[in-house]
Design a protein around this ligand. Structure first.
Ligand code: G3P
Ligand code: CA
Length: 332
C-alpha cells in the first residue's frame, strides 16, 4: 500500500511537472497579436510587405528595375537607402563604398574603397550598378541590367508615384552621420511632392539605425512615421547598452518611432514587450516562407524582404503578375 501510494505521488508530481513546463513554454512563445490594434490607432496598415532595396532578389538592389518590379508586384512599401554625392545630390545606395555593387575598379581604379559621398553625381552616373548582379546570380541575369545606373532619390520617388499600386516609401537614412542635414533634404523633397499628411493609406516612413538622426526627423516633421532599426548586440550598426532590449524600446518611444529589429530579434518575448510599449515590429530581412510564418506567429507586424512576391503570397495576396511579366512590359 505504502509503495502504491509512493508511486502515485511520483506519477502525480511528474504529471504536474509536465503540465507546468508546457504552460511555461506556451506562455513564453505565445504570440502577441496587439500589432493590429497598434496599427489601427496609428493610422497605419497591417501586415505590410516592404520590398528591401526594391525587388532585390530579381534585379540589382536599389536600382530603378528593382523598384519598378516591386511596385508592380504589389509591394506595400519600397525600401531604399539614401546617401548624398560630393556635390549634394541625394542618391540611393547601400554600402559606404561603391566597391561591391559597381564597376568602380574599372572606371576609377584605386577609388574602390573611397566613400560614396566622395564621388560627384556625374562620376557616380558613369558607374554600372547592374553587372555585379548578373555575375552573382547567373540564373537571374539579364542583359539589360548590364548598364543599370545608380538611382537618384528623385527617380525613386517618381517610380513609386508612377506605379498604379501606389506603394509607400520606406526611406532609410544610411550612415546619416556622414551627411549633415540629409534629414531636412529628404523631408523637403517629400513636402515638395505633397507626400506629408496626404492621407495615404500607406504613409511614408523614414528609418535609420541612428538615434540622433531619428530625433532630427521628429523635430523637422513630427507627423512623418519613423522606424528605429536595430540589430543584434555587438553588430556594427547598433549600439546596445546596459539597458538591453528595453533600452532600445525606450529610445524608440522617445523618437516616436516603431521598432525595426533584424530577424534574429523576432522572438515573442521581444515582440511582446515592443507591443506592450505601443510599438509596431517591422522585421528585416526575411526571405523564406518558414521564417514569414514563424515571425508572423511570434508577432512581427511588417516584413522587410528581398522577395516581396513570396511574402505577398504568404499573406494571401499573391501578385497577379510575375516578375518576368513586369520586366517584359517595362522593357527591363
Ligand atoms: O530595412 C532594414 C534594412 O534595410 C536594414 O539593413 O543593411 O539592409 O540597410 P540594411
Ligand atoms: Ca536598408
Amino acid at each position: 500500500m505504502n509503495r502504491i501510494f509512493k508511486t502515485a505521488i511520483i506519477i502525480f508530481s511528474a504529471l504536474c511537472g509536465i503540465v507546468l513546463t508546457a504552460a511555461a513554454v506556451l506562455y513564453i512563445i505565445s504570440p502577441s497579436s496587439a500589432g493590429r490594434d497598434i496599427s489601427f490607432r496609428k493610422g497605419l496598415p497591417y501586415h505590410m510587405v516592404v520590398a528591401h532595396r526594391g525587388a532585390s532578389y530579381y534585379a540589382p538592389e536599389n536600382t530603378a528595375p528593382a523598384f519598378i518590379i516591386a511596385g508592380e508586384l504589389g509591394a506595400d512599401y519600397l525600401e531604399c537607402d539614401v546617401q548624398r554625392t560630393k556635390d549634394g545630390r541625394l542618391i540611393i545606395f547601400h554600402d559606404k563604398t561603391p566597391e561591391r555593387t559597381t564597376d568602380v575598379s574599372e572606371i576609377f581604379p584605386g577609388r574602390e574603397k573611397a566613400p560614396v559621398g566622395s564621388f560627384t553625381y556625374s562620376e557616380l552616373m558613369r558607374l554600372d550598378a547592374g553587372t555585379w548582379f548578373n555575375m552573382k546570380n547567373p540564373e537571374r541575369a539579364r542583359e539589360s541590367f548590364r548598364s543599370t545606373r545608380i538611382c537618384t532619390f528623385r527617380e525613386y520617388v517618381d517610380i513609386a508615384e508612377r506605379c498604379g499600386k501606389k506603394p509607400g516609401l520606406m526611406i532609410e537614412l544610411k550612415h546619416p552621420e556622414l551627411y549633415p542635414g540629409i534629414e531636412k533634404e529628404v523631408i523637403d523633397l517629400l513636402a515638395e511632392r505633397g507626400r506629408i499628411d496626404n492621407g495615404s493609406v500607406r504613409p511614408d516612413m523614414i528609418q535609420t539605425f541612428d538615434r540622433k538622426s531619428l530625433a532630427r526627423c521628429k523635430e523637422l516633421a513630427p507627423s512623418i512615421h519613423r522606424n528605429f532599426l536595430v540589430d543584434e548586440e555587438g553588430k556594427e550598426d547598433t549600439e546596445w547598452d546596459e539597458r538591453g532590449w528595453e533600452g532600445l524600446l525606450d529610445d524608440a518611444v522617445t523618437a516616436g518611432s516603431e521598432i525595426g529589429p533584424s530577424g534574429y530579434l523576432g522572438w515573442p518575448w521581444y515582440t511582446g514587450s515592443a507591443h506592450d510599449r505601443g510599438l509596431l515590429v517591422i522585421t528585416y530581412t526575411i526571405d523564406r516562407d518558414i521564417h514569414f510564418r514563424m515571425l508572423t506567429f511570434f508577432g512581427t507586424d511588417w516584413i522587410i524582404t528581398n522577395r516581396c512576391g513570396r511574402a505577398l503570397e504568404f499573406y494571401g495576396r499573391k501578385p497577379g503578375i510575375s516578375p518576368e511579366e513586369v520586366m517584359k512590359s517595362h522593357n527591363l
